[in-house]
Design a protein around this ligand. Structure first.
Ligand SMILES: NC(=O)c1ccc[n+]([C@@H]2O[C@H](COP(=O)([O-])OP(=O)(O)OC[C@H]3O[C@@H](n4cnc5c(N)ncnc54)[C@H](O)[C@@H]3O)[C@@H](O)[C@H]2O)c1
Length: 478
């Protein structure tokens, strides 16, 4: 009897089990091979996915970083997870690493300003890319990435995990349903508190050349959400921004003598409630403090430093190709953390509000439950509170859903089209880049003046701005 016939008679599951080591070898052969560059806090999510729920789907074969200490930590964590330790490569040997390991994809997670370099080198080596947000932090770098995709024919996946948070996916689903009609304007306000918000001013994020400032580093999440929620492309941006809280002057107003270098050595640590103890958290200590000797990077720099060149207070107005207008703000010193967003449609308004548990990136303990409210208010009629979709894990449950969408070859087709490529990556970071330009010049910026050849992604279909809309009920009848 032929082997194929045996398999047919036994049923697929039993046949796979019976095929023993041959089946395991075939499964191993199907596992994709990944390498990662920039193995700090965020990369741990990908490591844990490939050592845990997705170990059948892929393998992390090598890592690359400027800091050998952090790469050694990955090796240690791999062994703890009972996985093979990925081979470490210094950043200068990135191309050799690609040539030696011939991975299926490169996972790009160094600081934002370095993404483009690794993305372009991987694409030009014929390798696909999975990159963290923001895709990049300047317009010339965005142009170079768009050009490299066209030149190489390879693919980029930009991991916009916020799209995958169940309650934000639900907002997209509600908007697509047409219940509030087509959307004429959006009011979106994001608040960072003085735990999470202050943390940006301690790290590499406080240098615009590396992060693009919070308009790029942080707001790329938010602008991407709006682009995807609307299924539309931004065309023009106006913005104002300033730094007025995390300043030496504010330190003095709080009764300190001024800014210092870092918390670890601060002479006024007892007086400063923004003091951050890097040694107190085992995760932060292992990742950063213990590895300072290799690169001199201090993760606890003083939040009041004069040389910080990012804003803490930002307001943006944007216009979309379909006509929708966006009013957005981001403040980094607020009393609570989270956001409110409202969509003003031709049939009503959708209001969505999330109060987040603030966290410190890289810390051992994270999360808590977010308080989520979503409400639809018809133009004339009674509001309807919506039970939020929920999930477990990082970023409101979004990380796990996204990782399955990235790594699991059997992930179901996604009607919300949450997977983003370089077009979505560019559309989002370019709003922030345009806003940064407005901060400098005071003038509006057109997206088309920043890059050429940026096409619209294949967005989910939304209610259009042309079809008839039912006349709302008379006010004396509701
Ligand atoms: N999607 C999200 O919610 C989310 C959350 C956190 C961070 N991120 C993104 O992940 C990326 C990394 O952020 P992080 O918080 O892990 O930062 P991090 O500082 O913890 O880690 C960065 C790592 O990159 C390494 N590195 C620095 N310069 C390098 C270079 N030139 N070449 C190679 N490696 C270099 C550092 O040594 C470090 O190991 C950023 O792009 C950030 O925006 C995304």
């Amino acid at each position: 009897m032929q082997r194929r016939d045996v398999m047919k008679g036994m049923g697929v599951a039993a046949a796979v089990a019976a095929s023993g080591s041959a089946g395991q070898a075939a499964a191993a052969a199907r596992r994709k091979r990944y390498v990662a560059v920039g193995v700090g806090s965020r990369n741990r999510m990908y490591q844990e996915a490939l050592w845990g729920p997705h170990k059948e789907h892929g393998e992390l074969v090598a890592v690359c970083d400027v800091n050998p200490g952090r790469m050694a930590l990955v090796g240690k964590r791999a062994l703890e997870a009972k996985a093979a330790a990925p081979k470490p490569w210094l950043a200068a040997d990135f191309d050799t690493m690609l040539a030696e390991h011939k991975p299926d994809a490169v996972i790009v997670t160094p600081p934002d300003g370095f993404h483009h370099d690794y993305i372009i080198r991987a694409l030009d080596a014929g390798i696909d890319v999975i990159t963290e947000k923001p895709m990049t932090n300047t317009a010339p770098k965005a142009q170079a990435i768009l050009d490299a995709v066209k030149r190489s024919g390879r693919h980029i996946r930009v991991t916009f995990n916020y799209r995958y948070s169940p309650f934000r996916s639900q907002v997209k689903d509600l908007l697509m349903s047409g219940e509030i009609g087509d959307i004429l304007s959006v009011d979106f306000h994001w608040l960072l508190n003085t735990v999470h918000g202050a943390d940006y001013f301690r790290r590499w994020h406080s240098h615009k050349a590396i992060s693009g400032g919070l308009m790029v580093h942080k707001a790329t999440h938010h602008f991407d959400l709006v682009n995807w929620w609307l299924s539309d492309m931004p065309v023009a941006v106006s913005a104002v921004g300033k730094r007025e809280f995390y300043t030496p002057e504010m330190a003095k107003r709080f009764g300190l003598s001024g800014a210092h270098e870092r918390c670890l050595t601060c002479p006024e640590k007892a007086k400063c409630s923004f003091y951050f103890d890097l040694a107190a958290d085992p995760g932060l200590k292992a990742l950063y403090l213990d590895n300072e000797k290799y690169d001199g990077y201090h993760r606890d720099q003083c939040v009041w430093r004069r040389e910080i060149d990012i804003e803490d207070t930002m307001n943006v107005i944007a216009r979309y190709a379909g006509g929708t207008t966006l009013s957005y703000s981001l403040n980094a010193f607020n009393a609570w953390e989270g956001y409110t967003v409202a969509f003003n449609g031709t049939k009503g308004r959708l209001e969505h509000r999330v109060v987040e548990q603030a966290m410190v990136a890289g810390a051992s303990k994270q999360t808590g439950d977010d308080a989520i409210t979503t409400r639809i208010i018809p133009m004339r009629g009674q509001p309807r509170d919506i039970e939020p979709w929920t999930g477990a894990g990082g970023h409101g449950g979004g990380d796990a859903v996204m990782l399955a969408d990235i790594f699991d070859p059997n992930a179901p087709a996604d009607p919300l089209k949450r997977a983003a490529d370089e077009r979505g990556g560019a559309a989002s970071c370019l709003i922030g880049i345009a806003a940064d330009k407005c901060f400098e010049t005071g003038l509006p910026v057109k997206i088309a003046d920043l890059v050429t050849g940026l096409n619209s992604p294949d967005w989910p279909k939304m209610p259009n701005h042309i079809d008839p809309v039912p006349m709302p009920a008379r006010t004396d009848q509701v």
